[in-house]
Design a protein around this ligand. Structure first.
Ligand SMILES: Nc1ncnc2c1ncn2[C@@H]1O[C@H](COP(=O)(O)OP(=O)(O)OP(=O)(O)O)[C@@H](O)[C@H]1O
Ligand SMILES: [Mg+2]
Ligand SMILES: [Zn+2]
Length: 247
């Protein structure tokens, strides 16, 4: 028994009738978060605590003439825009965050996921190389029958109301991996289910990695945004932590 209010019955007697106990909502939220497979360290990221200090106002991208800060603002606005659109219409266009290592791509994708989880929307966070490994492990003949099958894993990624594909491209490229990613993306495109993807590969180079068919679909489904930093945010945060320790 875990609820001291209702003894896990889910309702509390009130007057002549009964009302739903608050633990019912809490349990549903806990399940939604667990099923989302959001990494623990990113569960607290929200658009409200997105920090712009990592994006320089003086470093200018030669291609666009915009500062790293301006570019981050555009990506941030797109993230907020996606979140509110998705609440109104779950078939809204997705986003593709590209950029170098430690530029905040996963962070921004998780801000979106967390905002939507808070609203009770179903999200699946999949680190692409891990998802592929997990699918591959279903071929192991020694697996017990209770574990998810390849179909279960692929279907979950196909059907999730919102799918976050983190680290797309950070895996090996075989016909098998290309086909798995294709089948998930193609299904989602056909059913107009959005994807938020993060990758270190620029949109121009994606085709060489993912293949023409997947790239074409991904770019149809997702508006690309680049994040630029002059220093890896992880290294900056490490320095900040170290200097706090010394003080
Ligand atoms: N805008 C931000 N505000 C606060 N913390 C941030 C922000 N962006 C990133 N971080 C933190 O910096 C670290 C690196 O960010 P993140 O994981 O999003 O990078 P990435 O671009 O996905 O890198 P990679 O290409 O290696 O996957 C994380 O610990 C994250 O929490
Ligand atoms: Mg990342
Ligand atoms: Zn209860």
């Amino acid at each position: 028994m875990s609820c001291r209010f209702c003894g896990d019955r889910g309702f509390i007697l009130k007057g002549e009738g009964a009302v739903s106990c608050k633990c019912v909502k809490e349990k549903a939220m806990a399940r939604l978060i667990k099923d989302s497979r959001m990494p623990l360290s990113f569960l607290k990221c929200t658009l409200d605590n997105f920090n712009f200090k990592y994006y320089s106002k003086s470093c200018v991208d030669l291609e666009t003439g915009l500062s790293h800060y301006d570019i981050a603002r555009l990506a941030f606005q797109a993230a907020g825009g996606f979140t509110s659109s998705f609440i109104k219409d779950p078939h809204t266009d997705g986003l593709l965050f590209t950029g170098q290592v430690g530029s905040g791509k996963t962070y921004l994708a998780c801000c979106i996921a967390n905002e939507l989880l808070k609203k009770g929307k179903g999200v699946l966070f999949a680190v692409v190389p891990d998802l592929l490994d997990e699918i591959r492990s279903t071929y192991d003949p020694g697996r017990s029958s209770g574990e998810p099958t390849e179909f279960d894993l692929v279907d979950r990624a196909r059907q999730a109301p919102l799918l976050v594909l983190d680290d797309l491209g950070a895996h090996n490229y075989t016909d098998w991996t290309r086909n798995k990613i294709y089948s998930i993306i193609n299904y989602r495109l056909n059913h107009r289910l959005p994807v938020i993807a993060t990758t270190n590969i620029s949109p121009e180079n994606l085709e060489g990695y993912l293949g023409e068919r997947t790239t074409s679909r991904l770019l149809e489904m997702c508006r690309p945004y680049r994040l630029l930093v002059d220093l890896d945010i992880r290294a900056v945060q490490r320095k900040e932590k170290d200097s706090r320790m010394i003080r």
